[in-house]
Design a protein around this ligand. Structure first.
Ligand SMILES: Cc1cc2nc3c(=O)[nH]c(=O)nc-3n(C[C@H](O)[C@H](O)[C@H](O)COP(=O)(O)O)c2cc1C
Length: 226
């Protein structure tokens, strides 16, 4: 059985040198602006030297106003983040290690102290642990957020990373591992599962609102080029 771990693997059209995948774990080592710090790069370089075929660093935010998930997390919200991500990607690539960036929005589980911004979610139900005043996103805001996920994915690609993963969908083959790959239809709306489901409510039409997302993402990321 253990020999299987060291055989090549494949996710979409990406070949992994073995089956060792480092799952995302928040390190809080990013710079305050969301760029990878030297310490973060050294941390992931050590894992690449250790032999991981694929590293998925921690949650990266796509929205700075209401999308922070933790202190000193990665961000892909601005073009200025491309340079640092490229350095991270180049570093792990030296060891034949691939890297996917996990795109994330915490919904009602953001902490206002981190952003000073509003708490938004699919519905106005507050997180039962954090109990922060929460408002529902409008359809227009959902569309804007979808665009931010798309822009984030494009930046990840420009930085030379190998793919993106959506937070709270741990199955890699459903997790948009390759930027131009559209996940199966049944997966629509998973982006906001944490926002929609944790409050004990239904998606309330959010799935329908989000269904064009993957098509838009496919078109826009492809427009950037492979
Ligand atoms: C400190 C810490 C931070 C984590 N941060 C993230 C994260 O940023 N994104 C994520 O999807 N999972 C995160 N996780 C969950 C891990 O990726 C993993 O799914 C979890 O530890 C269970 O691992 P297992 O399925 O191998 O038991 C984190 C876990 C820990 C312990």
């Amino acid at each position: 059985m253990y020999q299987e771990i060291f055989k090549q693997g494949k996710i979409g059209n990406i070949t992994l040198k073995n089956r060792l995948v480092m799952s995302p774990m928040g390190t809080s080592l990013a710079e305050m602006d969301g760029s990878p710090s030297e310490d973060m790069i050294a941390f992931y370089e050590a894992r690449a030297i250790g032999g991981a075929a694929l590293i998925i660093p921690e949650i990266a935010r796509v929205n700075d106003l209401h999308g922070a998930g933790m202190m000193r997390q990665l961000s892909v919200s601005k073009d200025r983040h491309i340079e640092g991500l490229a350095k991270l990607a180049e570093t792990v690539h030296k060891y034949g290690t691939k890297i996917f960036i996990q795109l994330h929005h915490p919904g009602r589980e953001t902490v206002t102290a981190l952003t000073g911004g509003p708490v938004v979610s699919a519905s106005a139900i507050p997180c039962k642990y954090l109990q922060q005043e929460t408002r529902a996103l409008s359809t227009e805001e959902v569309k804007a957020l979808i665009q931010q996920f798309i822009s984030g994915a494009v930046r990840v690609k420009k930085a030379g990373c190998n793919g993106v993963q959506r937070e709270h969908n741990k199955k890699l083959n459903n997790g948009l591992p390759i930027l131009h790959k559209v996940p199966p239809k049944r997966d629509y709306g998973r982006y906001f599962c944490i926002m929609a489901e944790k409050g004990g409510t239904s998606h309330g039409g959010l799935t329908e609102k989000l269904s064009p997302f993957f098509h838009a993402q496919k078109q826009e990321v492809n427009a950037y080029g492979r």
